[in-house]
Design a protein around this ligand. Sequence first.
Ligand code: GCU
Length: 679
Amino acid sequence: AEDGYDLWLRYKPLPAAEARGYLKAARRVVTGPQAGETIAIAREELARGIEGLLRRAPAGSTRLAGDGAIVIGTPKDSPEIAALDLPLDRAGAEGYVIRSVRIDGRRAIVIAANEEIGVLYGAFHLLRLMQTLQPLDALDIVERPGIERRLLNHWDNLDRTVERGYAGQSIWDWHKLPDYIDPRYRDYARANASIGINGTVLTNVNADAVALTPAYLEKTAALADVFRPYGVRVYLTARFSAPIEIGGLDTADPLDPRVRAWWRDKASEIYALIPDFGGFLVKANSEGQPGPQDYGRTHADGANMLAEALAPHGGVVMWRAFVYSAENPDDRAKQAYDEFVPLDGAFRDNVLVQVKNGPIDFQPREPFHPLFGAMSNTPLALELQITKEYLGFATHLVYLAPMWKETLDADTYAAGAGSTVAKVVDGSLHDYPHTAIAGVSNIGSDRNWTGSHFDQANWRAFGRLAWNPLLSPEAIAEEWVRMTFSNDERFVAPVVDMMLGSHEAAVDYMTPLGLHHLMGTGHHYGPAPWVDDLDRPEWNPVYYHRADREGVGFDRTETGSNALAQYAPEAAAAFAAPETTPEEYLLWFHRVSWDFEMKSGRTLWEELVHRYTRGVEKVAAMRRTWAGLDELIDAERHAQVAAFLAIQEKEAKWWRDACLAYFQAVSGLPFPEGYDPPA
Ligand code: GCU
């Protein structure tokens, strides 16, 4: 059944003409006599993929015989590869070379790497070329990842609920681990390896100390054993108060020697079970979580204590900068910068500070986080959210690569023009010793993994951008569509277009022009701009939009919260005046009157109505496009996507009508021509 379980590793037969061509190049897969487990997996993946795509399984062999071999391995295990002159110095530890070559006069394709994992990544690359109908005659590919640690962050609880998860229960069946290994764990590892993801944080940032008890470490070790040959290392979240909760101490003060010893012992215990354990991800002193500030210490004191415990074993600490205190901040967008910039340079060298793309919280659109560019002595990791907490959960079709790309391409001006967030994160701007990127996972136990077919594209896009932040959202969408659905041009082009426009559509019908946090509070689904009665002012949507009779928007310039001052002067200049601020960020940085004149010539009020209306129209157009594609793919997936698009259209209207009714009531202005409010 076409239930989506196979993701983009679908391997359905290719059109006969292409298949014939590829068959000549894929008769056998040759591995060296010393090939290890990961190369064996690469061989199996090639065999499985080729058999599916070309309807003929390649022979497995350790010897070259005739044309059409795919020779895979490293110089250590493959004499053929050792004998070739390949640019492996450019491939690094995880990269690979794919080349069309002749070996003793026989035509072959080599997939060569310095380490076995590169061979597996290269095998998936070659399969992708076939899946997307690319020529294989004159291959000359060298790839290496742009970022060192490419991680999923699961916000999974030990009871299998998933915080902000919309795809069913957690796939980690803690109860049956370590003795029962669900075959799905291997499929998870395959899927991640196919896009170069090399680490996974198994547990929620709102951490449970129980995850660090011996019984759970054994379960974690069992998962690590499954993932290891796929190049995926496990990490855990560390609850800062664990020494109290599971260690029997009366404090978790990071400067207390007993606490430090407890964490050192805990690290040793973990590494005895999981020699390649990646390290800890920590949320501390944020949203009520315990942390070093509870003891009058700093984030650096806390992070360094854990880093010291992990250092002898090669682990890292990813200390989150998403700090949102229990007191009312003056503008929560400023808190991370205020707390972390003074600590730049104070962290041990195996600490990374993990920063969300924007300064508030995964809104449909945020400007880049001002910490990027502001901490040249502290490696900053970028945290993106794959799960769509503020973007319609699993039923709204929103392709996230364009949004992530906006962040990666944003210019921090930290070292002059061109100092993009991508260059901060890949370490090139500040010469960071470590680099990392994290995506909050959208994976659960649903058959299709992500709760909808199109949300698979977001998982994949995250991995592809983590490998190469310079890839275009369009290229990533196109290869995903071809691999997941069809190479039929009548299908590919319109679906890629739909995907590329989908994020802007959601921004339009949810929070256009820099509006943010208008969602229903708590669950974050659907509109609630009117809510004004929650205990803390900044829990209320009214706090963020500040609409009244005169105008709307959050003043973050010097007449307001002055969050703008956290950006480098050249970056801040772009947002300084309402007239020159890019309109997509207008109400993020400015409070303007309803009759403010927009570039279109409309007033702000008219523009707001226009954008909300346009958002709904875009969804209606997506729905029509999709309806016309029913002959081109399987009925099962077509029907589910169609049903979800109907939900999305209904809810886009709900967003539009609710927000416009509210803003109309507040502004007292009449609706412009062309918008008819529901009766
Ligand atoms: C958001 C989200 C929380 C999450 C938090 C975090 O606030 O709603 O569920 O715990 O981000 O990133 O720590």
